[in-house]
Design a protein around this ligand. Structure first.
Ligand code: SF4
Length: 203
């Protein structure tokens, strides 16, 4: 672990890591590659966008944002208000982490509300990042729940061993992406039709 750097974090083999050692190893990784998660200030949305479209992550990070004009984003906010308005938000708790709400059952359980599961993988990584972040802040949080109220569906999220290495790597990749002057090209995928950047990318 002595020669960790920006490029070789992917080469770590975590097959033999025990759960007990993962937290301390994560801290060691952050130290060795000199990540200060506070100075990086990467949000869950950036992680989610990065997982399904690097161009979207780039544009969003550069403050080129159209969410306020997107009916899909507005619908998501309405769903949040309709189904979960009594719950507590973590908005003011820790700025890069804008969790929809949390509950406490011996430990903190975080909740995210989504309109559609079309980009479910990106939602999963968003929640994994929140769990990982809070754990690194010393908060007893090991589980998140993603709610899809319109689909009457919810999924539970926990960190797997490889996440302790993959998530810091994603943060580094996002940091590298947003420092670059190269705007990733549009990718034609099915979710483009519902993306708030559709007109920016294709019209
Ligand atoms: S429209 Fe498609 S290519 Fe453009 S940002 Fe959205 S997902 Fe990415």
């Amino acid at each position: 672990m002595d020669n960790l750097n920006y490029n070789n974090i992917n080469n770590l083999n975590n097959d033999n890591l025990s759960n007990d050692s993962l937290d301390s190893i994560t801290a060691e990784i952050l130290h060795k590659i000199d990540i200060d998660i506070n100075s990086l200030y990467i949000t869950g949305l950036q992680v989610a966008y990065y997982k399904h479209c690097k161009r979207k992550a780039y544009l969003f990070s550069k403050k080129i944002q159209f969410e306020h004009t997107s009916e899909f984003i507005e619908l998501g906010k309405l769903l949040e208000q309709k189904y979960f308005k009594e719950e507590e938000s973590l908005d003011s708790f820790d700025k890069p982490v804008k969790i929809d709400f949390y509950t406490i059952d011996n430990e903190v359980i975080i909740h995210e509300i989504k309109r559609s599961d079309k980009t479910e993988e990106s939602h999963i990584y968003q929640v994994k990042y929140y769990i990982w972040y809070l754990k690194n802040k010393g908060i007893n949080c090991n589980k998140g729940i993603i709610h899809y109220p319109r689909l009457a569906k919810k999924i539970e999220i926990t960190l797997e061993n490889n996440d302790y290495l993959e998530i810091p790597n994603i943060l580094l990749e996002i940091d590298k992406l947003i420092r670059s002057n190269d705007v990733p090209k549009p990718i034609r995928i099915s979710i483009c039709n519902n993306c708030s950047y559709f007109y920016y990318c294709y019209v």
